[in-house]
Design a binder for this molecule. Structure first.
Ligand code: AHR
Length: 671
């Protein structure tokens, strides 16, 4: 918990903004607090229309057990080489059977090489296989589930299979259907299950049961609930809605570390993520579990399409997490060619090889694409190869796609990745990553104020205040908001920014990385305080910056993290107030963002310099909480959400009192 310093200290230039303004005359004093001057007479730079976006990868069960709506975990039985994890045998009234993995019965012509063998010695009232899903199979009222699976049998008296969604003890069946008796050859079976209107939401299990003795094999067992826009193989509607509400402008995909993989052979295998699910082998993820690749390249692109945004496509650049790299030159060329194929898959028309594959996959229209990122965090590659690798990708991509903009992941000012200078080619942007405490974010909120206005732009491809787990708390939202004021004030330089990680399955075992933006289980989803802060920043945004100057901003101490085994470093001071302002050039609305990271209310005297007419009425949106450690949870998902109210008494000078621990947007109308 922070303690506010009991006196005010004037900061020389807290918010230099885009223009180094002379210190403004103090506005009408509202009691000795800070003063803020918005210079409405000086046109500011344009706000980047792509400032606020999303970053995504398979981490924390973001797709499998997250956005990707598939309910069956380990549907192709490859998650564990020796045990059919998440599967069990169910035996009813005298039934007797066993299950085991079987690599001797591949489904010919597919990537389905490992199946689940069910041996029924005594059918009793039914023997089957049960899947426990991603911490449960969600049972919801009046819901239709699409079931499909491959099956074959040997030695069984022909009889139908019964598929059902039931309680974990099998006592209650919520929905049930039958599929034809399997034969001696692999075939695909499907069914729909519909629950009754009186079902209370809960977690159950999915079962396929046989009614006759014999040996049965199963593969690619799939259960889909309704999906967003009814897309086959699609996404969860509730998670898509919470993303839609953020009004993001891009999606950085597919990572992050997930792009790289632990080893070179484990990098995101985009070509193996296309087409029918039976053709997708899945691959080793880098966050402790295998990726089904049901969320394949086309699904990522359709996700963008559903949000009406562009991808920022990261292509694998020959460096993986265990410090393995590919030398530039002939060794790297296959990876460069693969990236060119990938770009063609995204953007090529149907006369191109990979555009035609995309059309065959069901999407003839090309997708829009502006930015390509070459690798991820290549500053960790101590071999010195990135400069050459980046140049090789740059030359090939720019030669074929001169309009595409290229992002380098090392060589900028990224504290995580500065070891590799990029000298051979000049990227269009550098990707910088910041994972910090709230104090670090707040003390560095002016980070971009003095960045060069020439040369490559900045993509803050990953950033987050890491406080709270699994999702962030109010203090993190304050640190995030302070940081966002800095990015926003400098959005002529910071042209794209995306928080990471975006998602977390909050079940025990679901999280690999804290603090995360959006949490969920099978049944519901919620936004963290940081989510609501970001939503405020991205939805209340003009197209032009309003230069501003703050004076008299108090500071408070914060405790930097020490090194393990060393005494803690001395506390440092950070401002408690942070500001940014933008204007909508069409409507004239001014969006003034003000963050108060102190535990006391802070009154700010505001001067709208150069305004000839100011509407006395305004709208205020406030996100706040009594304690910085307060948070949202599945049980209390809206404890901290923005509150909108009308305020009056606005003039060319007015004062505004900011609640303790608050993120504020004032919507003003001024000419
Ligand atoms: O966001 C978690 C990880 O942090 C990303 O995968 C990686 O790029 C960064 O190191």
């Amino acid at each position: 918990m922070k303690t506010i310093r009991p006196f005010f200290q004037s900061l020389p230039l807290l918010t230099a903004g885009l223009l180094a303004l002379a210190p403004a005359a103090r506005a009408q004093d509202a009691g000795g607090g800070a003063t803020l001057t918005l210079d409405l007479g000086t046109p500011g730079a344009k706000v980047s229309p792509t400032l606020y976006g999303l970053m995504t990868e398979e981490i924390n069960h973001s797709y499998d057990g997250g956005l990707y709506a598939e309910l069956i975990q380990n549907r192709t039985f490859k998650d564990n080489a020796t045990t059919p994890v998440h599967w069990s045998v169910v035996q009813k009234d005298g039934g007797n059977g066993t299950i085991a993995l079987d690599n001797s019965q591949p489904v010919s012509g597919t990537a389905l090489t490992t199946s689940l063998k069910l041996t029924v010695t005594n059918a009793g009232e039914g023997v089957g296989i049960a899947n426990d899903g991603y911490w449960g199979i969600p049972v919801k009222p009046s819901t239709t589930y699409k079931v499909s699976f491959y099956a074959k049998q040997s030695g069984a008296a022909a009889g139908p299979l019964t598929v059902s969604i039931q309680s974990n003890d099998g006592a209650t069946v919520y929905a049930q259907a039958q599929t034809p008796a399997p034969t001696g050859d692999w075939a695909k079976y499907s069914a729909t299950l519909t629950t009754g209107a009186d079902v209370q939401p809960l977690n159950g299990r999915f079962v396929i049961a046989a009614g006759a003795p014999g040996t049965y094999w199963f593969n690619l067992v799939s259960v889909f609930p309704p999906t967003f826009h009814d897309r086959p193989n699609g996404n969860r509607p509730d998670i898509m809605q919470i993303l839609t509400d953020m009004k993001p402008s891009f999606l950085r995909l597919p990572g992050g570390n997930f792009l790289e993989g632990n080893h070179i052979a484990d990098h995101f295998p985009w070509k193996q993520t296309l087409g029918d699910l039976s053709q997708r082998p899945g691959h080793n993820g880098c966050w402790g579990y295998r990726a089904s690749d049901g969320m394949g390249l086309l699904e990522y692109l359709e996700w963008c399409e559903d949000l009406n945004i562009q991808p920022v496509l990261a292509v694998y650049a020959g460096y993986s997490l265990k410090r393995e790299h590919v030398n530039p030159g002939p060794d790297l060329q296959p990876y460069v060619d693969d990236a060119l194929d990938e770009i063609e898959y995204v953007t090529g028309d149907t006369s191109t090889k990979w555009g035609a594959v995309r059309a065959k996959d069901g999407h003839p229209a090309p997708f829009p694409l502006t930015w390509i990122e070459v690798g991820n965090e290549d500053g960790f590659d101590a071999s010195g190869s990135y400069d050459g690798r980046f140049a090789q990708f740059y030359d090939a991509i720019k030669a074929k796609y001169p309009n595409l903009k290229l992002i380098a992941t090392a060589g900028g000012k990224d504290p995580l990745g500065h070891r590799e200078p990029v000298t051979k080619r000049t990227p269009d942007a550098f990707d910088e990553h910041y994972y910090r405490s709230a104090g670090e974010m707040e003390s560095d909120a002016t980070h971009y104020d003095n960045y060069s206005r020439t040369g490559p732009k900045t993509f803050v491809g990953e950033w987050a205040t890491r406080e709270g787990r699994p999702t962030t708390n109010m203090n993190a939202a304050l640190g995030d908001s302070a940081w966002m004021t800095g990015m926003e004030r400098n959005s002529d330089v910071v042209v794209l920014a995306s928080y990471a990680p975006l998602f977390v399955n909050v079940n025990p075992g679901g999280m690999e990385w804290f603090s995360d933006l959006i949490g969920y289980n099978t049944l519901s989803v919620y936004g963290s305080p940081s989510y609501y802060a970001q939503k405020m920043f991205s939805t209340y945004l003009g197209d032009t910056l309003v230069p501003l100057t703050a004076q008299g901003v108090p500071t408070q101490p914060w405790q930097p993290r020490g090194r393990k085994g060393q005494p803690p470093p001395p506390p440092r001071q950070a401002p408690v107030l942070f500001f940014s302002a933008t204007r909508d050039s069409k409507t004239g609305t001014i969006y003034l963002k003000a963050v108060n990271a102190a535990k006391s209310a802070e009154t700010v005297s505001i001067n709208l310099k150069g305004a000839s007419h100011v509407s006395p009425d305004a709208t205020s949106v406030v996100l706040s909480s009594a304690n910085p450690t307060d948070t949202n949870t599945l049980a209390d998902p809206t404890k901290i959400t923005p509150v909108t109210s009308k305020i009056s008494g606005i003039g060319t000078t007015f004062s505004e009192t900011l609640a303790p621990y608050s993120v504020n947007v004032l919507q003003l109308s001024a000419q």
